[in-house]
Design a protein around this ligand. Structure first.
Ligand code: FES
Length: 340
């Protein structure tokens, strides 16, 4: 792929302290390229997988950090590794399957072979080929496979959720999330075994930041979402709050389901459908979770690339995978938390 170099220009903020974001923050290609470098490829942890997706030694999952293809693996010793899907020889994206189970990876081009930790373990014709009694070709005598492994990412696993960073100097995941958000993270992912119920993938023609912002916007759910408004799952008369970490990167949007019927918050709200009923009322037979005391919904945004949704008994991760300033894939994992 040939990439044009686009000059970076500072967005035109109208006045200091303005909350009006210049449109160029969403539409400027150079800003997007800078975001990839600063948010996805350095100084931040990015969500990559759930342990439940790779439960057995040899299991792997291909995914992305920003636009870079990576592979999450579970090695024979059970440890999780994340390596870049770029052959150390000539840069081929050697892994094409979305997931599977393997002992190793072999690049199709010249068949360099890597173990599940990303170490180079095989190079065909490394010592050349004998022809008429003479050795021809081969790698130089000082060629050391240890120096030619795959790019290995820093990995952090907390209660079954896997994060990775190209940056090996990033703070610990716990420090990165901060105590306020960590409390809400651990509330959902408390060490119980997770089961993947299914995936959903959408390609959204918009800037990736809009998705992060959407889950920091409690204004819209009580106006836009029929499901939430009609069944009081998230309405303007629900008790709600928004908590952030000290850096303002991550957020938890918190709400408690109300019992209100028609009233000020539904009159004139077009998404409220008073006549709407469920085919099966059991769909909303909410089972009390062990961690419930107050909120029935906590929507978390972990900057830069994941949303953790907990809405009554429904739990999912939503992985933001940007592919341009004006497009991102939004990949949902629907989960079941096993009861103790
Ligand atoms: Fe992978 Fe040559 S590009 S082995």
């Amino acid at each position: 792929m040939i990439e044009a170099t686009v000059a970076f220009r500072q967005p035109d903020w109208k006045d200091p302290g303005s909350s009006r974001i210049p449109f160029s923050a969403y539409t400027d290609e150079a800003i997007y390229r800078r975001e990839l470098e600063r948010f996805f490829y350095s100084a931040h942890w990015c969500y990559v997988a759930l342990e439940a997706e790779i439960p057995n030694p040899g299991d792997f999952k291909r995914t992305v950090v920003g636009e870079r293809s990576v592979i999450v693996t579970r090695a024979a010793d059970g440890e999780i590794h994340v390596v870049e899907n770029v052959c150390a020889h000539r840069g081929v994206r050697f892994c094409r399957e979305k997931s599977g189970n393997r002992k190793d990876f072999t690049c199709p081009y010249h068949q360099w072979n890597y173990d599940l930790k990303g170490n180079l373990v095989g190079v065909p014709f490394r010592r050349g080929v004998k022809l008429d009694g003479k050795v021809n070709g081969g790698m130089p005598s000082d060629f050391d496979p240890k120096e030619h492994g795959l790019a290995k990412l820093n990995v952090a696993v907390r209660n079954g959720v896997v994060f990775a960073s190209f940056d090996h100097d990033v703070p610990s995941l716990e420090d990165y999330l901060g105590p306020t958000i960590l409390r809400y993270f651990d509330r959902v992912f408390d060490g119980r075994k997770l089961t993947i119920l299914g995936y959903s993938r959408q390609r959204i023609p918009g800037n990736w930041k809009l998705m992060q912002e959407n889950i920091k916007d409690p204004y819209h759910p009580g106006l836009l979402h029929t499901w939430f408004v009609t069944f009081s799952l998230w309405r303007a008369d629900n008790k709600s709050e928004l908590r952030m970490d000290e850096h303002g990167r991550h957020a938890a949007m918190i709400s408690t389901r109300g019992t209100g019927g028609r009233g000020d918050v539904t009159s004139g709200v077009s998404s409220f459908k008073e006549q709407m009923t469920l085919h099966d009322e059991r769909f909303l037979d909410v089972v009390k979770e062990e961690w419930w005391g107050a909120p029935t919904a906590v929507m978390m945004t972990l900057f830069p690339n994941v949303i953790i949704q907990q809405q009554v008994n429904s739990v999912s991760t939503r992985h933001i995978q940007p592919n341009g300033h004006n497009s991102f894939d939004f990949v949902w994992d629907a989960l079941r938390l096993r009861r103790r």
